[in-house]
Design a protein. Structure first.
Length: 464
């Protein structure tokens, strides 16, 4: 039987892309941020006259809230999710103030610290028109301090807390409104960070791993075609990694290999028997993570839809965490992929099937079409980017990290030329080469890790 390429060896690359993080106290403080650096102040007001509509909320006054902020000059989230995370108080009158270094990007959540499982009440977003919000806010695109205005503490159905001041209100401080509106089309992946905040102190990480298959009317790899119909969803995997440490009451949290785990979806998963009463069953693996799901290219369970709402994770039968795996959209309402789409181009030697060059381009959906964008611009928020090739049975493969932010395992970033040096073969029409004793490319994958999501695009060569 052919081996599944989607989760080969339980996604070996995940041990590199999303290594475990410790339970850390907030490392940064406003004083730390202000020390010796130019500062941008972001301020706003939580509406003291409006209370949350969610019955379970215990916060009864603005001063019970906090603002949780991920902030960085480049990659918002590293392997230590809370390296760039700070919580700010909300005053009794609803006012709050966030201190940032000039040029930092930030993502801000309104928190109810009294909630055990669902502290995040919503993500603060600046409306840009057409129902879109600027959520990963780059202060480098704003002149002066940023006043968000009044914010009601009741989120929209997609989890957004709209600021009183929208983009048009801030136009005098913005030089390039079109750039911000473009960013607002593709920055909603930061919504997934709510899972890290909700499970802080319980999970080292919560992840979702998506796989798309690149197909088109022409061979997309040999021609390096502009994406037009790449939205072929192959499946997803859900990952949670419990913290090993000490509970608040002094008892020891120890989740060894094979600790039973159950994940209850908020609704039925299309094509499966899983629903709110019938969980996906798994266990803690040797790496300390729990993996739920499999690829549609294997004979295992197929997960092809991500129900909206909170998933309940139980360990040893005890409720442990609530996770919103559908919090970040990868498609717009028209079905276009709105996260960065990578396309590798392959050059094949004249009169042979030997691959002589590989190049990588990036595209973003601009609301009308996919447009090529600068690699440095589009990958700025990525933690890692990896290109991998393999033969039909995946017995031989080659992986190259073309971008590597954090790496505790000693792996070094490389270049696509390393794949060329190994000698891989592909027919000029995109079908598999069949020469004996050579590396015949069957799958080429481009993977990147962004805000707790591992997004993988697969090109699979056609049969010879």
């Amino acid at each position: 039987m052919r081996k599944s390429r989607f989760f080969y060896a339980a996604y070996v690359a995940l041990s590199l892309l999303g290594c475990q993080i410790g339970e850390n106290a907030d490392k940064a403080t406003p004083d730390d941020i202000n020390d010796g650096n130019a500062v941008t102040t972001v301020s706003g007001t939580i509406d003291t006259g409006t209370q949350p509509s969610i019955v379970s909320r215990a916060a009864a006054a603005s001063s019970d809230y906090k603002i949780g902020v991920f902030q960085s000059a480049s990659t918002l989230v590293t392997f230590d999710f809370f390296e760039n995370y700070t919580e700010y108080d909300v005053a009794a009158d609803g006012n709050f103030s966030i201190s940032l270094q000039d040029g930092d990007s930030f993502v801000a959540f309104l928190l109810d610290p009294s909630s055990e499982f669902e502290k995040v009440m919503g993500l603060i977003g600046i409306g840009t028109g057409g129902g879109e919000y600027w959520e990963s806010i780059d202060t480098g695109l704003i002149t002066g301090n940023l006043e968000l205005g009044t914010i009601a503490p009741t989120a929209s159905p997609d989890g957004i807390l709209a600021t009183g001041n929208d983009l048009s209100s801030l136009s005098s401080q913005v030089a390039d409104i079109d750039k911000i509106r473009s960013a607002a089309l593709t920055d909603n992946t930061v919504r997934f960070l709510k899972n890290q905040v909700n499970a802080k102190g319980k999970l080292q990480k919560a992840e979702i791993n998506y796989v798309f298959v690149l197909k088109d009317t022409v061979n997309p790899v040999v021609t390096q075609a502009v994406p037009s119909d790449y939205g072929l969803f192959d499946g997803y995997q859900l990952v949670a990694t419990p913290i090993k440490g000490t509970n608040a009451d002094g008892t020891y949290m120890l989740y060894d290999e094979n600790t039973p785990a159950e994940l209850y979806p908020p609704d039925a998963i299309t094509g499966t028997a899983y629903d709110a009463s019938n969980p996906i069953v798994s266990s803690v693996n040797e790496n300390g993570s729990i993996e739920f799901g499999a690829s549609s290219s294997s004979s295992a369970t197929v997960l092809t839809s991500v129900p909206e709402g909170m998933w309940t994770l139980k360990l040893n039968g005890i409720e442990f965490a609530h996770l919103d795996y559908a919090s970040a959209r990868l498609y717009d309402s028209g079905g276009h992929i709105i996260v960065p789409v990578p396309v590798c181009g392959i050059t094949i030697g004249v009169g042979s099937d030997l691959i002589t060059a590989i190049s990588l381009k990036w595209y973003l959906w601009n609301g009308t079409s996919y447009v090529e964008v600068d690699q440095d611009e589009v990958t700025e928020q990525f933690t890692n980017t990896q290109v991998e090739v393999g033969d039909y049975e995946w017995n031989t493969r080659k992986s190259v990290f073309v971008k590597l932010i954090d790496n505790p395992y000693g792996v070094t970033a490389g270049s696509l030329s390393e794949i060329i040096d190994d000698g891989w073969h592909l027919n000029a029409d995109g079908s598999r080469a069949t020469g004996a004793g050579q590396n015949n490319l069957a799958t080429l994958s481009i993977k990147y890790w962004l805000n707790g999501m591992n997004i993988r695009f697969n090109y699979e060569a056609t049969a010879p």
